[in-house]
Ligand binder design. Structure first.
Ligand SMILES: Nc1ncnc2c1ncn2[C@@H]1O[C@H](COP(=O)(O)OP(=O)(O)OP(=O)(O)O)[C@@H](O)[C@H]1O
Length: 262
């Protein structure tokens, strides 16, 4: 992958769930080194878009390229691609009977043959990167919500992925912890040379650290630009979303899930 190949490129993408189109006509290019915020009201299709990036959901039509190649549908090739993705899912997903260090070691144990001493050193480096080296031997129940989220972040970084994907990284965190997590996202992005995609409805906490923002609503991308352009946008749809107004051009009567297929 050459250095100007975008880390993610979506071309005329259509995604369906339960036999219904959730998103269509999606075009997006994520340049290397950037932080892109994917914003939108609940049920607009943000998680659906992420599932296409991680290969969980095949496109109904169009193209999904991640790390310079089409997202494969065969499980072996997909597994290989996923090693290059650091994914922080909603909630922390930490195993409660393992310490912070043991949680961070999990991907290293699963995907490498490194000796224990090397794994321990790498784990301490990752915990140091999120400011939690001193909490290595603590159990998740001994950590605050914000600290636990940072341990999960260290685990997502364990294999040095070039692309980080955050799905609602601020859910359940107070404003101070949210600020800490978002500035960490920016710092890690810049110091480790990552590219980050942050899916969230926490607009005001996320925009200050983002280089680019897209807003998804009504089945497509209704805004794409810098955070400054977003805040200055006079588009009634964008305005409704930014102000969290229930009435306006964004439909809140989306059809309920017909069938659970996930
Ligand atoms: N497994 C599924 N089967 C059928 N429909 C689904 C499935 N998952 C999601 N949907 C539908 O797809 C649409 C988009 O859902 P999605 O979870 O991607 O939205 P979201 O923007 O991530 O929402 P939230 O912010 O609430 O997480 C919704 O209408 C939802 O009901």
């Amino acid at each position: 992958m050459s250095s100007d190949t975008p880390i993610v490129r979506l071309t005329d993408l259509r995604l369906s769930r339960g036999g219904r189109d959730v998103l269509r006509g999606i075009h997006l290019t994520v340049p290397r080194g950037s932080i892109v915020a994917v914003l939108g009201p609940s049920g607009s299709g943000k998680s659906t878009l992420l599932s296409a990036l991680t290969g969980e959901l095949a496109p109904a039509s169009g193209r999904v390229e991640v790390l310079g190649r089409d997202v494969p549908q065969r499980s072996r090739a997909l597994l290989e691609l996923r090693k290059g993705l650091g994914v922080l899912l909603q909630g922390n997903g930490l195993l409660t009977d393992l310490t912070a260090a043991e949680n961070v070691a999990l991907p290293l144990r699963a995907h490498t043959d490194l000796p224990d001493a090397v794994i321990r050193r790498l784990v301490l480096m990752k915990l140091h990167a999120v400011g939690l080296r001193a909490a290595a031997d603590a159990y998740p129940r001994e950590l605050s919500g914000g600290m636990a989220r940072r341990v999960a972040l260290a685990r997502a970084l364990a294999l040095d992925p070039p692309l980080m994907i955050y799905d609602e990284p601020l859910t359940g965190l107070d404003p101070i912890a949210s600020g800490v997590v978002m500035s960490l996202v920016r710092r890690l992005n810049d110091t480790l040379g990552l590219t980050s995609i942050v899916v969230t409805h926490h607009v005001h906490e996320t925009l200050p650290v983002a280089d680019h923002a897209i807003v998804i609503a009504n089945g497509g991308i209704v805004f794409s630009g810098t955070p400054e352009q977003l805040e200055a946008s006079a588009d009634p749809l964008v305005q409704q979303f930014l102000r969290g107004q229930p009435d306006g051009p964004i439909a809140f009567d989306a059809a309920p899930r017909a069938t659970e297929v996930a």
